[in-house]
Design a protein around this ligand. Structure first.
Ligand code: HEC
Ligand code: HEC
Length: 470
C-alpha cells in the first residue's frame, strides 16, 4: 500500500525539487544584497524560485494593453506580490499620479472621475492610495435571487449594471497551494479535487491561472485582444514557481534557526494535497483533522528561564502565538458557509479550523465563508453600500461587497470570500478583501470582537508576533 502522506504528484515534486535546488544560492545574509530578500514591516521577506533569481524578462513584467500596466503594476515582489498603499503613495508622488497603475478603468473610485490635475488624481485614486484597493466592476447576475434596491455610492457610479467592489490584489505567489482563485473564487476553472494519488489538481490550477491571466490582461491592462497561449503559459509558469515567506524577523532573527521551519526554502517542501487536514473529515486519505495546523516554531517553545535575551524572548513569543493560532478555542457562530452548512449553530474552534492547510494557512479545500468583513456595520464612509432585497422573501441585507453571490446569484452566498494563504503576510498590509484591517493587530482585534474571544494584550501581541513570522 502507498502511504499517501509521503506521496506527491510528480508535477508538484518536480516543481518543488527545482525550487529547493536553488535554496543553497540564497543563504546570504539578507542585508547583503540578496535580490530574493526584501525588507518589510517586521523583518525580511524572501521569495524562492527554481533559478534562484527573479526572471524580469518574463511577460509578467511586460505590458500588453493600452495603459502601460503589467502584472507587476499591482503584484510586487517586495510587497509579498501584492501592492501596499505606502508604495502606491510613493509611486504617486514620483509620477504626479501618472504611473500606469493610476488608470481610470479600475484604479479610480469611478471610471468617470476627474483626473485632469494632480489634486484631482489624488482624490480619484484615493482608494489605491489609502488602502491599496482596486475597483472590481461586476453586474448583478441575471438569475440572482435578489435585486439591488438601493445604492449608496460616494462616487456616484455604481448601479445593478456594475457594482463597484473595492478589493485588495491577492498575492501572485504560493499559488501551487491555492484551492480557489480570486477572493470569490471566480477564476477557479472547475472545483479543485484531489487526483487519485492525493496531490494537487495541477491541470485545473493551470487552466484557472491561465484564464485569470488572460482576464487580467484584457481587464486591468486594457488589451484589445488576449496575447497568445504561449505568453499566457509563460506567465503562469513564472507565478506558479514563486514561493514566498518571511525569512528573518527584526527581533527573533533567522526564522529557520534552532530547528524552526520558517522561511521560503523549507516551505517549498511543504506536504499538501487538496483536502489535506480537512476540518470536517473530508481528507481524501481518511486522516482526521489535527488542530495543530501550524508547526513551524514548535522548537522555539521555551520555558522562561531560557529566554532572557531579546532574541530568545521574541522566539518564545512567536511559538506562543503559534500555539494560540492552533489551539485557542472560541465559538464560531453566524458564519454562513460553515455554521449553516454543518447545521451546527456554534462550532468550538480556533483559527486553524478555517486556516487548516498545514503551514500554509488557507483552507485546504475551497471554503467560501462570510465572517462579516463586508457587513453594513463595518462600512466606512469611503465604501459604497448596497441594499439587496430577496425577491422571494422580501428580506433585505446591506453589504459593501456581496462576494460569491455576484457569481452564483444566491442569497445564501452574500458576503462569502475565501481565506487567503497566510505566508508572507507581514509584507502585505492592509488585510482582508477590502483592506479594512490596517495592521495584523487590527486583524487580531477584528477576530477578538467578532467571536467574543476576550484575548489578553499578551495573547494578542503573541499572535501578531506569530503572524508576522509567517
Ligand atoms: C490593477 C491591478 C492589477 C493588475 C494590473 C493585475 N492584477 Fe492580479 N489581482 C488584482 C486584484 C484586485 C485581484 C483580486 C481580485 C478579486 O479577487 O476580485 C487580483 C488577483 C490575482 C490573482 C489571484 C490570486 C489568488 O489568491 O486567488 C492572481 C494569480 C493574479 N491576480 C495574477 C495577475 C497576473 C498574472 C496579472 C498580469 C497578467 C495581474 N494579476 C494583473 C489586481 C491586479
Ligand atoms: C470562520 C473561519 C475563519 C476563522 C475561524 C478565522 N479566519 Fe482568518 N480568514 C477567514 C476568511 C474567510 C478570511 C478572508 C475574509 C475577507 O477578506 O472577507 C480570513 C482572513 C484572514 C487574514 C487576512 C489575510 C489577508 O491576506 O488579508 C488573517 C491574517 C487571518 N484571517 C488570520 C486569522 C486568525 C489569527 C484567526 C484566529 C484568531 C482566524 N484568522 C480565524 C476565515 C477565518
Amino acid at each position: 500500500m502507498f502511504d499517501h502522506r509521503t506521496l506527491r504528484t510528480a508535477a508538484l515534486t518536480a516543481l518543488l525539487l527545482a525550487a529547493a535546488g536553488a535554496a543553497h544560492a540564497q543563504q546570504a545574509d539578507p542585508s547583503r544584497g540578496n535580490p530574493l530578500a526584501t525588507p518589510d514591516a517586521s523583518g525580511w521577506l524572501q521569495t524562492s524560485t527554481p533559478s534562484g533569481r527573479i526572471d524580469h524578462d518574463n511577460p509578467f513584467f511586460q505590458g500588453f494593453g493600452s495603459n502601460g500596466r503589467s502584472c507587476d503594476s499591482c503584484h510586487r515582489q517586495a510587497q509579498g506580490w501584492t501592492v501596499t498603499p505606502q508604495e502606491l503613495r510613493q509611486r504617486f508622488a514620483r509620477t504626479n499620479g501618472m504611473d500606469p497603475v493610476f488608470a481610470l478603468v479600475d484604479g479610480a473610485v469611478s471610471p468617470l472621475a476627474d483626473v485632469s490635475s494632480v489634486a484631482a488624481r489624488r482624490s480619484a485614486y484615493a482608494m489605491l492610495l489609502n488602502r491599496g484597493l482596486v475597483r472590481v466592476g461586476m453586474p448583478i447576475p441575471a438569475n440572482a435571487e435578489f435585486r439591488l434596491t438601493r445604492v449608496d455610492d460616494p462616487y456616484g457610479y455604481a448601479s445593478a449594471h456594475e457594482l463597484s467592489l473595492f478589493r485588495r490584489p491577492l498575492p501572485a505567489t504560493n499559488l501551487i497551494w491555492l484551492t480557489a482563485v480570486m477572493w470569490d473564487g471566480r477564476e477557479t476553472f472547475t472545483p479543485f479535487r484531489p487526483p487519485m494519488d492525493a496531490g494537487i489538481d495541477l491541470q485545473n490550477l493551470r487552466s484557472s491561472l491561465a484564464s485569470q491571466a488572460r482576464d487580467a490582461i484584457l481587464g486591468h491592462e486594457q488589451a484589445a485582444s488576449a496575447p497568445s497561449d504561449a505568453i499566457i503559459d509563460r506567465i503562469v509558469e513564472f507565478e506558479l514557481h514563486l514561493v514566498t515567506a518571511q525569512m528573518d524577523d527584526n527581533a527573533a532573527g533567522r526564522l529557520n534557526e534552532g530547528d524552526a521551519m520558517g522561511g521560503p526554502n523549507i516551505l517549498t517542501q511543504q506536504r499538501f494535497w487538496i483536502g489535506i487536514n480537512d476540518t470536517l473529515g473530508g481528507d481524501p486519505t481518511g486522516d482526521a483533522f489535527d488542530e495543530k495546523t501550524m508547526r513551524l516554531f514548535d522548537s522555539w517553545d521555551m520555558p522562561a528561564q531560557f529566554t532572557r535575551d531579546r532574541r530568545g524572548r521574541a522566539r518564545a513569543a512567536i511559538a506562543r502565538g503559534e500555539k494560540l493560532f492552533n489551539t485557542m478555542k472560541f465559538n464560531i457562530t453566524g458564519v454562513a458557509g460553515l455554521n449553516d452548512v454543518t447545521g451546527l449553530p456554534s462550532i468550538r474552534g480556533s483559527c486553524s479550523s478555517c486556516h487548516n492547510a498545514p503551514n500554509i494557512g488557507n483552507h485546504s479545500a475551497a471554503l467560501p465563508v462570510n465572517i462579516g468583513i463586508s457587513d453594513a456595520s463595518r462600512r466606512t464612509p469611503d465604501m459604497p453600500l448596497y441594499t439587496l432585497t430577496n425577491i422571494a422573501t422580501g428580506k433585505r441585507v446591506q453589504t459593501t461587497d456581496p462576494g460569491l453571490a455576484m457569481l452564483t446569484g444566491k442569497w445564501a452566498d452574500i458576503g462569502k470570500f475565501k481565506g487567503p494563504i497566510l505566508r508572507g503576510v507581514a509584507a502585505r498590509a492592509p488585510y482582508f478583501h477590502n483592506g479594512s484591517a490596517a495592521t495584523l493587530h487590527d486583524v487580531v482585534d477584528f477576530y477578538d470582537t467578532r467571536f467574543h474571544i476576550r484575548m489578553s494584550a499578551q495573547q494578542k501581541s503573541d499572535l501578531v508576533a506569530f503572524l508576522s513570522a509567517l
